[in-house]
Design a protein around this ligand. Structure first.
Ligand code: FMN
Length: 650
């Protein structure tokens, strides 16, 4: 066995877990009208069938003041017992323990402006700026009862246990942290006072549910704010909870709802396993109470290593299990190469926080009923399919079509497959994107896709393959900025970046980047420019930048741009570039201004479809189906999902 610790059983409370793989709590946005939906149950059932030993649900509100969004499952509602029971049966029936994460968002009210934010004190939420109602003693007691009631309700419906969400700056953190608790009654002041709320919840649940019911606490070991729970404070809190007793496990997760929010979900710009040292420190205090270590644990080998090194007893994964439901089974069966790897883009989180159901950038089958063990269904009749364009849309269409039994030829103009995604993966901090391309290439090779790379194939060359149909995935091309004089010495961002990547040189002067793109790739390119030029300026017609970056990763974008002193000029459009002076115009009032010493001007504007082959192919009698950017220029998720659909429909 390759990973002996990872696949050894572990006793947690009264439950023997079959291995050390835990799906950490993950809001899916799949609930409906505050109830678990079939999709939510399917999502978890697939991960249970995929070998995960324990699944912690998503944050489920225990009280009506916490119902931030109706897609969250309410556990204060007796009417939800039947679907809760179906959920528990589905997961437990696969030999996996289902643990309900219960909590309250407290003062963090980003989603629902009509809900009443409540907290330990009236201090505003640092991210949403919502000012909470300071809970009275009676309201604190009522809330403790709500937690106990919720736990008992889940026990009645067949859940193995609950996890108290005491991390991420929600209500439990708000009570525990000196940053957010200024009470002078029994629930504030000293550490004992700040932990009283959580301790009384723990005691109440133990009393009501007995020792057979598993109970964990997820808490921060670093809130990431001055005056908050830092690692020293976290150690003291852990000691108090250990002395109090009643918990079956701890899970540690960083950040709160402030700019340190980005630490909840370390994205591809973070190093792997950024918090292991903190978890190792906490674990020393936890005696024989198991610790879930988590956070950007990138592989099974890394998981085994963190267990070996004593950072935890269980390894928690959220995003890796979103991208591949059968992660644990594939590792155990020696099929790691078949795992669809998480690229830590945080698209999943962005989608739920935009109020849509969770979507993975490269797992189009996510949460569909047959996700586990899904394979492209065999085609009724074998066809010859030409796919033009070896970007992520074309690659996806090609491997799916070939896996269905079609004979597929993939034509790509570049020497390597990957297209725009490959370009992006070469930018600072974006390397994980190459893992998605690698996954597609491996599937394409397995399925027998024939490659015709490094040549811009003509319509005649494609027709010579005698395809029954053609999938056109030839992407999109940059367009000149509408307001910029046509004689300006400017280049599209992609070309300008390639030049920088192919040389090591630094340059004097200012690089101006015109941003009508707003994707994460643009700001990674800005980082590259700022490494090479004296100064870098981003100009955008919008009031701010980054509108297409999910707001958790956007914090990192702004942090890095600020560290590099990249200047942002909002509401502006480039007009002319003459002798290194760039004239630009305010997009609203038309006022003009200048930037001097401009050494480079690059633009990322709305692109135009690159479908010039379509007409020629159709003239040759071929049926052509344009997908991805070549149909309408969008993002990587749209490209892959559309490629997937195209591969299934040919
Ligand atoms: C889409 C999404 C939703 C999440 N929702 C929750 C949640 O409801 N409760 C919670 O404690 N953590 C939540 N998390 C955080 C994860 O449990 C985990 O702590 C974090 O993603 C780091 O683990 P990873 O690197 O394995 O993804 C969520 C993460 C994601 C990606």
């Amino acid at each position: 066995m390759n990973y002996p610790i990872l696949f050894s059983p572990l006793q947690v409370g009264v439950h023997l877990l079959r291995n050390r793989v835990v799906h950490t709590a993950t809001v899916s946005g799949y609930g409906a009208n505050t109830k678990p939906s079939d999709r939510l149950i399917d999502y978890h059932k697939a991960r249970a069938a995929g070998g995960t030993a324990m699944i912690v649900t998503e944050l489920m509100p225990v009280h009506h003041t916490s119902l931030a969004n109706p897609f969250l499952v309410s556990v204060f509602d007796e009417n939800n017992l039947d679907p809760l029971k179906r959920w528990a049966d589905a997961v437990e029936g696969e030999g996996c323990r289902l643990v309900g994460q219960i909590g309250h968002v407290g003062r963090q009210q980003l989603w629902n402006p009509l809900a009443t934010p409540v907290s330990a004190s009236a201090r505003p939420d640092p991210l949403s700026w919502s000012v909470p109602h300071k809970m009275t003693l009676g309201e604190v007691e009522e809330m403790i009862f709500s937690f106990v009631d919720a736990a008992e309700r889940l026990q009645r419906t067949g859940f193995s246990g609950i996890e108290l969400h005491g991390a991420h700056g929600y209500l439990l953190t708000q009570f525990m942290s000196p940053y957010s608790n200024d009470r002078d009654d029994k629930y504030g002041g000293s550490r004992k006072g700040r932990t009283a709320f959580v301790r009384e919840i723990i005691s109440g649940i133990r009393e009501r549910c007995g020792t057979e019911f598993m109970m964990g606490l997820k808490m921060p070991c670093d809130e990431g704010v001055v005056g908050g729970i830092d690692p020293d404070e976290a150690e003291e809190l852990v000691k108090i909870f250990m002395a109090h007793g009643g918990l079956d496990y701890f899970a540690f997760s960083q950040g709160n709802f402030s700019p340190s929010l980005e630490n909840h979900l370390p994205d591809m710009h973070f190093p792997n396993r950024p918090y292991q040292h903190l978890h190792a420190r906490m674990r020393k205090l936890c005696g024989d109470i198991p610790v879930v270590t988590l956070g950007r644990i990138e592989s099974a080998a890394a998981a085994e290593r963190v267990l070996e090194e004593g950072c935890g007893d269980l390894v928690g994964f959220s995003r890796a299990l979103v991208s591949d439901a059968a992660w644990a089974n594939k590792v155990q069966d020696g099929e790691e190469a078949k795992i669809r790897p998480c690229i830590y883009c945080n698209f999943c989180w962005g989608e739920i926080h935009a109020g849509r159901g969770m979507t993975c950038v490269h797992n189009p089958e996510l949460a569909r009923p047959n996700e586990i063990g899904w394979a492209p269904p065999a085609a009724e009749a074998k066809k010859r399919i030409a796919v033009i364009g070896a970007g992520v849309a074309g690659l996806e269409a090609a491997w799916i079509a070939a896996a269905r039994g079609h004979e597929v030829m993939l034509f790509g103009a570049s020497p390597e497959p990957g297209g725009g995604a490959l370009w992006e993966s070469r930018l600072p901090g974006r390397a994980d994107i190459s893992k998605a391309i690698k996954f597609q290439c491996a599937r394409a090779a397995e399925a027998g896709v024939k490659l015709h790379l490094d040549t811009r194939a003509s319509a005649q060359q494609i027709a010579a393959f005698e395809p029954d149909s053609v999938i056109l995935a030839s992407g999109a091309v940059p367009t000149w900025p509408l307001t910029l004089a046509s004689d300006a010495n400017a280049r599209d961002l992609k070309t300008a970046v390639l030049d920088l990547l192919n040389s090591e040189s630094s340059q004097d002067g200012t690089a101006v980047l015109f941003d009508q793109d707003h994707s994460a790739a643009f700001y990674a390119a800005a980082e590259l420019f700022s490494q090479r030029f004296e100064k870098t300026v981003i100009m955008t017609p919008r009031p701010t930048v980054g509108s297409k970056v999910n707001y958790i990763s956007l914090i990192g974008v702004f942090r890095r741009l600020a560290a590099l002193r990249v200047e942002i000029i909002p509401l502006s459009l480039p007009v002319a570039l003459s002798e290194s002076r760039l004239t630009y115009r305010n997009a609203l009032n038309g006022d003009e201004d200048e930037i001097g010493n401009v050494a480079a001007l690059a633009y990322a504007t709305p692109r135009a479809v690159n479908d010039e082959l379509a007409a020629e192919l159709e003239a040759l009698g071929l049926s052509v189906h344009a997908i991805g950017d070549c149909s309408a220029p969008r993002n990587m998720a749209a490209a892959i999902h559309e490629g997937h659909q195209a591969g299934l429909s040919c």
